[in-house]
Design a protein around this ligand. Sequence first.
Ligand SMILES: [Zn+2]
Length: 346
Amino acid sequence: MEYANPQIKQVAEQLRGRLPNLQNKEEIFKAVELKALFDGIKTLPADERAEYGRELNGLKKELQALVEEAAGSELPTLESIDVTAPFDINTPLNQHPQLLTSDTGSKHPLTTEMEHVLDIFYRMGFNAIESREIDDDYHMFTSLNFPEGHPARDDYDTFSTDEGLIAPAHTSSMQNRILKMGKDNLDHDETIAYVIPGRVFRNEDLDARHEHTFYQIEGLYVGKGVHAGNLIATLKTFLQEYYDKELDVKTQPFYFPFTEPSFEFALSCPFCNKEGCSICGHSGWIELLGCGMIHPNVLREAGIDPLKYSGFAWGMGVDRLVMMKYDIEDIRNFESANLAFLRQFS
Ligand SMILES: [Zn+2]
């Protein structure tokens, strides 16, 4: 066989000459010259790769035939190389390239736990819609009763693009869309019942409790005669199911522009039953999330009459929920790509 590429031609001649003297004929596939030809693919301009790869495959097949002839044994057939495929780079040259398989990895613990969380809410009758990872000022603030210049906007140190789009700092950025989508159903005696899982972003100083990227699950429920007791019962039921034990809960008044009244929601520590431990800071209680009754302005903005309908909403940090479940001390583990940490959950 003749090769147009001078390097391939030269290596072909060298290897043909060396083959008869080799004790183990398959050693020829480990020749440094051959490896150098393969490595050479990466340095070529894209439009020359196809021709080069074709000739290189030809050389491989030629050597294959020579080795089989000399050894009188059958080797696996070598197929063409696909330079874009995710091959295992440790596969020896004389073996069929191994594609990397999915059983070398596992689900991220936050994915597994989010699936568990969603499963509980599905069973409670909620639907789910994922939040967007890039959004606008209207959905992040204005539609949630933060008019321009509102001081509470400063509580959210958001990332934004040159065009003025925002990486949402909370999953509440989906509230207005979902309320508008569901408002017509309210007049048919149906309710709006959604959870909104999503990734959110804040320009935080990072430490064991703060990460710039984390997950939330928002809840949104609207209907006739909905009151704060429904909110507390919903969250308590969810948390007892998630931690698989009886819990006490309590609320304290708080302030968010998009709920009125607003609460900070705490649960009795699932680890020490209110005795006090390191996880709850020896207080016996864990403040887990913010929630409240949806502000009339937020309902009105979506075209829902607050005199006829009412609803509640919450925003819960999923990382925090999972950290408590598994006694994880540092939130930064989740985004760290630390395999030793991740393998504990596989
Ligand atoms: Zn405790």
